[in-house]
Design a binder for this molecule. Sequence first.
Ligand code: SF4
Length: 486
Amino acid sequence: MNAPDPAATTASPPHASFAARAHVALADDGLRRKFRRAMDGLMTKRAAQFADTEAWASLRARGAAIRRRALARLPELLEQLEANCRKNGITVHWAETSAEADGIIEGILTRHGVRTIIKGKSMVSEEIHLNHFLGEHGIGAIESDLGEFVIQLAKETPSHIIMPCIHKSKEDVASLFEAKIDGQPYTEDVDVLTATARRVLREQFAAADAGLSGVNFAVAETGTLCLVENEGNGRLSTTLPPLHVAVMGIEKVVEQLEDVPPLLSLLTRSATGQTITTYVNFISGPRKTDEQDGPREVHLVLLDNGRSRIHGDLQLRETLACIRCGACMNHCPVYTRVGGHAYDAVYPGPIGKILTPQIEGLGKAGDLAHASSLCGACGEVCPVAIPIPDLLVRLRREASHAIPSSSVMGAGAQHSAVEDWIWRGWRWMYATPLFYRLATRMLRLIGNRLPASLPMLRDWTRVRAKPQFAPRSLHDLARDRGYHDE
Ligand code: SF4
């Protein structure tokens, strides 16, 4: 039987613009079908959970307030969390960058002579490319979340923050297991496939020297780490091996224990349409002397990686309220058509479009802020009311400057000279009523006669119908009805 190759999780997709990658994804009918089916299912389940719109609005307001309150007191809460974790016997480490976090984790593991770790799901560990780093230092990392296990076997990267292998069909998984797991015949029976993964992973759980997990919420008041999951792998990773390392972004802290239930309710309903997940783990320290289970040592790594800079900007700080439910992705007309890999980022979809350019810099990922129709669906479904479209517009503005404000990192992707002239002309037209009226009248007269094959229209109309201009403008129609105040 083959275990997954521990160092093979983070193969980098080829560098190209988002537009180029989206182009490739859009040509893949199979991929679009898989995403459409999966996203439709998730949207339906979420809608059923929030059928009572008044209850949804009130729970959402509560969740949004909890997150904003925690962010307003972030430095103070982090110090309180550290103090209470230490009281509970958890060793706390601070990492300013990805490299620092990798180094700290590798140091802990090396000091304990760890050769293999078993991992619960952790997006922060993806953010710091931990598997790759540990692989280079001779430490194997085995993913135990079923979706992550499949991705690791396939040597791919996750395409969704909650369901990492959502881009794979059961036929894909059947072929993968047949090719990679000794003695596994091809079968599309999902129960058999799941049982196979379970059997392989059980051996890994028993053999691992340490467990690593993410953290959904960390409670400052009590020094408790909260972790939700459906497979029991999170609980096994954090209790079976003698050493547990948890890694989290600093924004995951909340004030008090009673903040957790409303956030959990919003998280699980928005993410998978479940009232609550199968497992909710509260970790408050290593095994006590009179206890038989649990790790003998627990470490918590608090990762900044640009979050303090983001926190310093009152508008961009909203990004840090995210509870990583993935609902914005499931409802995004761009993500649901191109899938997660087109973003070439750890965090895809709307949350990725605002978070990635801020973490990695506008120069590297500024084009992601443009990968949106600004339809507003992401902001509507976000359980903590993050104004994602407003943040996208802000980042677009920042990306258009050669020197963005100090809140965001990296040079902007300046407009070309032609683009600049187009926008200046546009602004002038809107600011000059006479010219605006003249231009709209001309468009009504000749717009519908312009062939879709014109070079300036060709790219746009290749995948869309050419818009038809109405014979009369909205202003004219309004005037007919007696409205004269434009
Ligand atoms: S931005 Fe909102 S909807 Fe998107 S993952 Fe975060 S909490 Fe969920």
